[in-house]
Design a protein around this ligand. Structure first.
Ligand SMILES: N[C@@H](CCC(=O)N[C@@H](CS)C(=O)NCC(=O)O)C(=O)O
Length: 210
């Protein structure tokens, strides 16, 4: 059978692409990766040819085309249920934490965008971004942790969604409580994340709008 193809944006910049890429790796699903450089003259045309959304990530698996990072993670979890906690209440909690990232935190996204090649100490953080950071820290603190130290013990899709946040906290030198910093360090030392980061640091694409 042909392997699914995951179309992604620049590893340096595309926080949305990082999430399903991690989930597919953690699920042990073999896939082919196709990187579409963002902000190029033909980017929009290329993305629109792939899906109606015109965004990355996009997963193509046989006749199926999925253009949303959470939908792709859910597709992976159908095959690898361990991507979510096994306990129904914890699974519901993990979905709430994940959905909060998927649909919210606009201040953080806008003002502290992911850029693996930047290191910006002492940034003036906007009020909206600070409010998002406080909310994220409160959500993390309310997760059970334990086990391997991930939000729900074992690595889950919730951790995929907060790995790009961890990179932002490092890039913008956000001062964090010890437990939150330990979680950030855990996410950023993950072997799969490190493979993504190594590639992102080596990229030389010009992406003026990101
Ligand atoms: N809801 C989508 C959002 C994806 C998204 O906004 N992707 C950005 C890049 S990280 C994009 O493709 N933008 C189009 C462009 O830059 O041309 C998802 O979860 O996958």
């Amino acid at each position: 059978m042909t392997k699914p193809v995951l179309h992604i944006g620049n590893k340096r910049l595309s926080s949305w692409s990082l999430r399903p890429w991690l989930a597919l790796r953690k699920a042990g699903i073999e896939f082919t990766e196709n990187l579409i450089p963002l902000d190029q003259p033909d980017t929009r045309e290329t993305l629109k040819a792939l899906s109606p959304a015109g965004t990355v990530p996009v997963l193509q698996a046989g006749a199926l085309t999925l253009w949303d990072s959470l939908a792709i993670c859910e597709w992976a979890a159908e095959q690898a249920p361990s991507l979510w906690p096994s306990d129904p209440s914890l699974r519901a909690h993990a979905r709430a934490v994940t959905a909060s990232m998927h649909s919210g935190f606009g201040g953080l996204r806008r003002d502290l965008s992911m850029d693996l090649q930047r290191s910006v100490g002492g940034t003036d953080v906007s009020v909206q971004a600070w409010q998002d950071i406080e909310t994220i820290l409160a959500m993390w603190a309310a997760c059970p942790r334990g086990g391997d130290g991930f939000l729900f013990g074992q690595w889950s899709i919730a951790d995929a969604f907060y790995t790009p946040v961890a990179t932002r906290f490092r890039t913008y030198a956000i001062d964090l409580p010890d437990a939150a910093q330990a979680y950030v360090d855990l996410l950023l030392s993950d072997t799969d994340y490190r493979a993504w980061e190594t590639a992102g640091l080596a990229e030389t694409f010009d992406a003026p709008f990101h």
